[in-house]
Design a protein around this ligand. Structure first.
Ligand SMILES: O=C[C@H](O)COP(=O)(O)O
Length: 324
């Protein structure tokens, strides 16, 4: 099992974006039933053998954006989250797995918590991601949303998770969507930008495909499913359609874009299911944290529980795996 730290996001091969091309998706047809069938068979056709399960779960940890995005967040909670990101598994599990070094892919917090998070992860190589642009609804004037990005970057965020204006998708106003995402990418500067589509608000899988394509054309480094606050957050069928859009974009441009499912994923089983999706649709490169993240606030607890069982043959009390 590899012991190397998660690869840092590279600035040299970022998706540069391109002019808006609506002809790349105008005629797109999405077969919802086929997408649901494919999503359902992903985890039944390919089972992860027992001896490999631990490796898949360790890889999932490397890809987790360990998140707290609650109205009652405090700096103290953020510091505890960061401590968990720095040392995601108890020492005896690390030793049992033969691992010396392991961290999560990033921590993800609100803008006013970035400074505390940056301080808490200093020297560890873990990037701090901040949500911005009026997360979660995004219904703020554009200049304020851009100012919020600049604030989070100034505070030390290396990754910015923006939200799109869902109305632009629902109105089919692709130029407006492209312009706002391109402006956000510019405001991010050297910080990498993940575009949250809030797919639970987008009504159809066709809209999900189109919004994915516009977000990538406008220069997003990652496309992300959800804020965690919509009625429906990350699902496998929606993820499949986003990943197909991502594959089409990469095939046409040669530029690589990352994928981040987020919201509602709580179990080790979820962590494996989404990795199978990436492996089957995109190949092994999209199992690395520079191209794949799992946005989750509580999934790590179950992963740690499963790894504990792998090492000791039994579960520990779940209270021992509290996250924050
Ligand atoms: O981006 C991450 C999500 O907000 C986390 O959602 P969750 O609390 O349902 O795991």
């Amino acid at each position: 099992m590899s012991q190397s730290a998660a690869p840092a996001l590279s600035n040299t091969d970022r998706n540069p974006g391109m002019p808006l091309r609506t002809d790349w998706f105008d005629q797109i047809a999405v077969n919802t039933q086929a997408a649901e069938r494919r999503a359902a068979t992903l985890t039944t056709r390919r089972t992860v053998k027992k001896e490999w399960q631990a490796a898949w779960l360790v890889n999932a940890i490397r890809c987790i954006d360990l998140t707290t995005l609650a109205g009652d967040d405090t700096e103290d909670r953020v510091r505890r989250l960061c401590a968990k990101a720095v040392r995601p598994l108890a020492d005896h599990i690390m030793a049992g797995l033969g691992l010396e070094h392991l961290t999560t892919g990033a921590v993800c917090v609100y803008p006013t918590m970035v400074a505390a998070a940056v301080k808490a992860v200093a020297g560890t190589g873990i990037p701090v991601a901040s949500v911005a642009t009026g997360f979660p609804a995004g219904l703020m004037p554009l200049d304020l949303r851009l100012a919020e990005i600049r604030y989070a970057v100034d505070q030390g965020a290396e990754e910015i998770d923006i939200v799109i204006t869902r109305a632009h998708v629902l109105d089919g106003n692709w130029a407006a969507l492209y312009d706002e995402v391109a402006a956000m990418r510019e405001a991010c500067g050297a910080a990498h930008m993940k575009a949250i589509l809030a797919t639970g608000d987008l009504q159809t899988l066709r809209n999900v495909y189109k919004a994915s394509m516009v977000a990538m054309q406008a220069g997003s480094d990652f496309i992300k499913t959800s804020t965690g606050k919509e009625g429906v957050n990350a699902t496998l069928p929606v993820s499949l359609i986003m990943v197909r859009a991502l594959r089409d974009y990469t095939d046409r441009t040669g530029d690589r874009v990352g994928f981040k499912p987020a919201g509602g994923m709580k179990t080790a089983k979820d962590a494996i299911a989404w990795q199978i999706l990436m492996k089957e649709e995109m190949g092994n490169d999209w199992l690395r944290s520079d191209l794949f993240r799992l946005g989750a606030s509580s999934m790590l607890g179950d992963i740690e529980r499963q790894l504990e069982r792998h090492i000791t043959g039994r579960y520990a009390a779940s209270s021992r795996h509290a996250i924050a």
